[in-house]
Design a protein around this ligand. Structure first.
Ligand SMILES: Nc1ncnc2c1ncn2[C@@H]1O[C@H](COP(=O)(O)OP(=O)(O)OP(=O)(O)O)[C@@H](O)[C@H]1O
Ligand SMILES: [Mg+2]
Length: 312
């Protein structure tokens, strides 16, 4: 049995505020509901792995957060909690939505100061991860951590023969890519972070993917509701997500990555079923508020509606 772990260095409490009427700037809104859910991209991936009966080992850094909200989730979701505690509150990411497709997201940066050295943090995290695990490293870094920490973290995990999936952004993504993670899942902006210029058309996307696959076994480039590319050493597929009623896009990319990992391993062959299930999970997740886990029946139904074409 393969082992799966996820690493979240900058977790968050996802606070969703639902307004009673259509969201509009410079207007006072009434709030109909407020939901607080434990968030953090690696935790989202662990929740999706659980949907496919995979018990993921979730590690990273976690604050002494309000109400033990994370502990409750780990218990109810059967996620193994191997987080390292930081004696500070966890940041809050706020989504304001009218539930009709209009939303505003405001993300807190995270810890400014962590009283532990980067080397100690890397060692502690690596000590929690079994050899040969599939490890998803997800999300941003708190300002307290040096930008290059993901290069070192991935290199150290490679000494444990782990397979790395990286889903990060900006400098953290660039640093992580230096250590050649097996799988990367950039969205459009992250893909542009990696190559350093704006992408305007499909030819540029394909050329970029061809360039990146010299370093990565799998490249998944997602473009929101429009399309997603899945590439391995041989093929590039394009997938068009089905039209769904958008409720909340938080964690759509994490949902896609979780299902991808659950289906790609252990065989490590990129096929259309894996692509359809991954995109369908993401689409089903945008139908749900916050990062609630979508149900399998809905995912299976949507997977039949994902249009997939082999480009090369
Ligand atoms: N508005 C939408 N309608 C339908 N599906 C969507 C929509 N937005 C995202 N998705 C689905 O989610 C997948 C990932 O979306 P996106 O490219 O926005 O990822 P992301 O920016 O990494 O998301 P995250 O906020 O989780 O990091 C898409 O490939 C698509 O399948
Ligand atoms: Mg993402």
């Amino acid at each position: 049995m393969m082992k799966f772990a996820t690493i979240t260095l900058n977790p968050a409490i996802d606070k969703t505020i639902i307004t009673t009427e259509t969201l509009k700037l410079n207007t006072i809104h009434q709030c109909s509901t407020t939901i607080e859910q434990p968030g953090g991209k690696g935790i989202n991936v662990a929740k999706i792995l659980k949907l496919w009966n995979i018990n993921a080992n979730a590690t990273g850094l976690i604050g002494n957060s309000q109400d033990n909200i994370f502990q409750k989730l780990f218990k109810t979701s059967n996620i193994t909690n191997n987080f390292i505690n930081i004696p500070l509150p966890t940041r809050i990411n706020t989504t304001i939505t009218d539930g009709k497709g209009q939303e505003l997201k405001i993300n807190d940066k995270g810890w400014e100061n962590i009283h532990a050295s980067p080397a100690n943090i890397i060692n502690s995290i690596c000590s929690k991860i079994d050899n040969q695990s599939v490890v998803a490293i997800c999300g941003s870094l708190p300002p307290a951590l040096p930008k290059n920490i993901l290069t070192q973290l991935i290199n150290q995990l490679h000494t444990k023969h782990c397979i790395i999936a990286l889903d990060s952004s900006k400098d953290a993504l660039l640093a992580g890519c230096k250590a050649n993670p097996t799988i990367i899942k950039p969205n459009q902006y992250e893909l542009e972070d990696i190559i350093g210029f704006a992408i305007n058309n499909q030819t540029e996307i394909i050329n970029t993917i061809k360039h990146l696959r010299k370093k990565h076994e799998i490249i998944i480039a997602t473009f929101g509701n429009d399309k997603a590319y899945f590439a391995d050493a041989k093929h590039i597929f394009i997938a068009h997500p089905p039209k769904v009623k958008v409720c909340d896009t938080t964690g759509a990319g994490d949902a896609l990555l979780g299902t991808f990992l659950a289906h790609y391993f252990p065989n490590q062959t990129l096929n259309q079923h894996t692509i359809a299930m991954s995109v369908a999970t993401a689409s089903a997740s945008v139908e749900c508020l916050s990062t609630a886990t979508p149900n399998k029946t809905r995912i299976q139904a949507l997977s039949k509606l994902v249009e997939i074409k082999k480009l090369t």
